[in-house]
Write a protein that binds this ligand. Structure first.
Ligand code: AMP
Length: 294
């Protein structure tokens, strides 16, 4: 496995790899602190092609003021060891001043959609995400890229950007990997105290409750959202940021569940902001989707 720490070195590696230009190059961008959620994307990528690149870059521009950029977990050696066991061809680990050298001024954003859902409380977050992903796509030049449904809005925005800017990369969205009790695995879960860790299951419990209600025939979004808010309020360590049911095609809120919808929420557990989501399929008997529709 090649470990490449500069853009220049990566570009030169890329000219000879893969040697056949009909082979797919699969790309998994990450911020490191790898866990089984990330590794599931790498495994999917490996099933698709023997040529897999993983990037590790804690992107400063997607963190807002007062957010956890400084504390964000960094464990490079452990990450590299984990990737070695998965048949990854190259790990790309650029540094901040290569990605954003002095004088850097360009950003790409998906207008309006970047302000919906999480974008409301993290106003510049998605601009940072789409910009870094486009930069990484330009450096790595993948034919296929893998993202997690865990960050559903991110996946939707990247799909939009890819289509709008005619990028020659296919986007795959992989299912959310969860702990045994349902908590979505996240690098930020390690910030939780033991008590907070228990409280954090409220996100999954609330999503599941909504899925059951939809299965029983509830179609009124207001009824579902109000009840979900109450459930989160009832958990003393939780503080709701938002819970929304939206059209996954444009992230606009919907009033009635008469088609596939994205139920997304963000909840502070203590100081840690956690996100989770599920796809609601009111036309099917069971609303929980195994296959991602994003
Ligand atoms: P991050 O390092 O947090 O930027 O995540 C890198 C990629 O891993 C993103 O596409 C995430 O959506 C994905 N990811 C993170 N957690 C999970 C999870 N629990 N299940 C599936 N994918 C995940």
């Amino acid at each position: 496995m090649e470990i490449i720490r500069s853009i220049e070195a990566f570009k030169s590696f890329r000219t000879g790899w893969p040697s056949s230009n009909t082979a797919d190059l699969c790309f998994v961008p990450t911020m490191g602190a790898l866990h089984s959620g990330h590794l599931s994307l790498v495994e999917e990528a490996r099933k698709f092609s023997q040529y897999v690149v993983v990037s590790i870059f804690v992107n400063p521009t997607q963190f807002g003021q007062g957010e956890d950029y400084e504390e964000y977990p960094r464990q490079m050696k452990k990450d590299i060891d984990q990737l070695k066991n998965l048949g990854v061809g190259a790990v790309f680990i650029p540094c901040d001043n290569q990605m954003y050298p002095l004088g850097y001024r360009t950003n790409v954003l998906v207008e309006k959609w970047e302000r919906r859902l999480c974008g409301h409380s993290r106003p510049n977050h998605f601009r940072g995400v789409t910009t870094v992903v486009l930069k990484l796509f330009n450096i790595v030049r993948p034919t296929v890229a893998f993202f997690g449904q865990k960050d559903a809005q991110q996946a939707i925005l990247i799909n939009r950007m890819t289509e709008d800017l005619n990028l020659d990369v296919e986007i795959f969205v992989c299912p959310i990997i969860r702990e045994k009790d349902g908590l979505a695995i996240s690098s930020r879960n390690r910030y939780l105290s033991a008590q907070e860790r228990q409280a954090a299951v409220v996100l999954f419990r609330t999503l599941n409750w909504a899925i059951q209600q939809v299965d029983r025939g509830e179609r009124k979004v207001k009824v579902l959202v109000n009840e979900m808010k109450k459930k989160i309020k009832a958990e003393p360590l939780a503080h709701l940021d938002y819970v929304s049911i939206v059209d996954p095609n444009d992230l606009k809120p919907i009033l009635r569940l008469n088609r596939t919808a994205l139920l997304a929420l963000a909840v502070f557990i203590g100081k840690t902001r956690l996100i989770d989501n599920t796809i609601l399929l009111p036309e099917k008997s069971s609303s929980v989707s195994k296959e991602s529709v994003l």
